[in-house]
Design a protein around this ligand. Structure first.
Ligand code: SF4
Ligand code: SF4
Length: 78
């Protein structure tokens, strides 16, 4: 299977904690735009630069947004 493509769902910008942005897990990043793009792309942290879409993205993409968020909260906490 080839490289997994990111569909810009934005879920990873909500799910993970990012200490350099003082962002807690499950909280929407202040830089996330409604279209799923990064509003501060040029200055995004290294952890965002290194992040790769994976199979979890495929799983999440099959679900409605509110279910995505609740699953993420269960996994990563508030
Ligand atoms: S969760 Fe996956 S598909 Fe969604 S924006 Fe992040 S990398 Fe892309
Ligand atoms: S800085 Fe940009 S890429 Fe990183 S979590 Fe926030 S919106 Fe996503």
């Amino acid at each position: 299977m080839g490289k997994i493509e990111c569909d810009m769902c934005g879920v990873c910008c909500i799910a993970y904690s990012i200490s350099s942005l003082n962002k807690k897990a499950g909280v929407t990043c202040k830089n996330l735009l409604p279209n799923g793009k990064c509003g501060d792309y040029e200055n995004r942290p290294q952890v965002c630069r290194d992040f790769q879409a994976d199979y979890f993205c495929y799983f999440l993409s099959s679900l409605p947004k509110d279910e995505q968020i609740s699953i993420i909260k269960e996994i990563y906490g508030e």
